[in-house]
Write a protein that binds this ligand. Structure first.
Ligand code: MRU
Length: 364
């Protein structure tokens, strides 16, 4: 997508042909700066410290992390070590394990001398595959927006949570792909952007993206969504997901579940957009089985903002001495999800729905 009229992706191979460029998302929206990853250790740190984040982008960065590791040392021991170090960066997004499994499966049978080139080639494919998947998700989701636009006057009001935008993927985003495609097709849309405390991926990243693409939007506090739904001011919800079970339970940024509850109570359709690598076919019970990342309490007790003098500052917002807890994701049961928007179409959030689109996953 474009920033100041220039096309950008959140990850790219640098002109030197081996180091990896990323947008440092911890600096947005106050500064737009890139960073260069020149080792596996830097890829590990970029994922852990959330310079890159969002399930598909975490997977793509891990793939390039493997390539950087193979460039330094393509031995069996380093293949196993790099896999483990990258795998341990964040626990919830399944795309991380998916990308690492894919890389290991392709690299392990090769001679060490062949691994570096193969790793770079596969990492680039994973990136391009994600871009195409998201473009298709956008095309399917666009039809849901168009159907609403065809039957009501004024803009289609869409609520989204966290950042499942192009910054969270290799381009387009998942939840934002239908929005960008609807906007580009001339359909009037307006997006309610949940700020998404504690890290503010909504107010920092989704708002920045939508502003740069010229999509009308309004940032709201996380607690406002239910009120807006009661007043008929939300036509449809689109969110992303970090891991979806074979039965259609959806794990996403903390607070997603409450939005789905409010949507159900108010008859607002709640769609989750996901590329197929986000489906964990081995799990059936999202609440019981998906590991939920617990992050630092400092993310709750402090916020980052910009002072009147332009300095970016971190400020305490919680009474000193009070402890804070920071579960980073929650699970929305399949029964609250209207549909799953995938690259192959829209499925009912159920095992039958997913297998209908991915019949190759049926076991005998
Ligand atoms: O903690 P984050 O910022 O990595 O969480 C991101 C999300 O929860 C996204 O909604 C999810 O990864 C889907 S991204 C297309």
């Amino acid at each position: 997508m474009k920033v100041d009229g220039k096309p950008w992706r959140p990850i790219w191979l640098e002109d030197d042909g081996w180091s990896v460029g990323i947008i440092d998302q911890t600096r947005l929206p106050f500064a737009f700066v890139s960073a260069r990853l020149s080792s596996e250790a830097e890829a590990v740190q970029a994922i852990r410290a959330m310079l890159v984040r969002g399930a598909p982008l975490i997977g793509a960065t891990a793939a390039y992390g493997m390539a950087l590791a193979m460039r330094a040392d393509a031995s069996d021991a380093n293949l196993a070590g790099a896999y483990q170090r990258l795998f341990e960066t964040r626990p919830t997004a399944i795309n991380l394990g998916w990308a690492l499994d894919d890389m290991r499966r392709r690299l392990a049978p090769l001679a060490p001398g062949e691994r570096e080139a193969a790793a770079y080639a596969r990492a680039a494919e994973i990136v391009e595959q994600d871009v195409e998947i998201n473009r298709r998700i956008g095309a399917h989701g666009l039809e849901l927006i168009r159907a609403i636009a065809d039957r009501k006057p004024g803009p289609v009001n869409i609520l989204t949570h966290c950042n499942a935008g192009w910054l969270a993927t290799c381009d387009w985003g998942t939840a934002t792909a239908p929005i960008y495609q609807a906007h580009d097709a001339g359909i009037a849309v307006h997006v309610w952007v949940d700020e998404t405390r504690p890290r503010n991926q909504g107010s920092h990243l989704t708002a920045w993206e939508l502003h740069n693409h010229g999509v009308p939007h309004t940032v709201i506090v996380d607690n406002a969504g239910g009120h807006l739904m009661q007043r008929g001011q939300v036509d449809i919800c689109f969110t992303g997901t970090d891991r979806t079970t074979a039965t259609g339970d959806v794990c996403n940024k903390i607070g997603t579940y409450l939005k789905a509850l409010a949507a159900r109570d108010n008859g607002v359709p709640f769609y989750v957009c996901l590329p197929s690598p986000t489906i964990d076919w081995s799990l059936r019970d999202g609440v019981g089985e998906i590991p939920i990342e617990e992050r630092s309490a400092a993310e709750v007790t402090e916020v980052t903002g910009i002072a009147p003098d332009g300095a970016v500052v971190r400020t305490r917002v919680v009474s000193p001495g009070s402890p804070a807890a920071n579960p980073a994701f929650d699970v929305t049961p399949a029964r609250l999800v209207t549909g799953l928007v995938t690259e192959r179409g829209v499925a009912e959030a159920s095992e039958a729905g997913l297998l209908g689109l991915f019949p190759e996953r049926k076991t005998a």
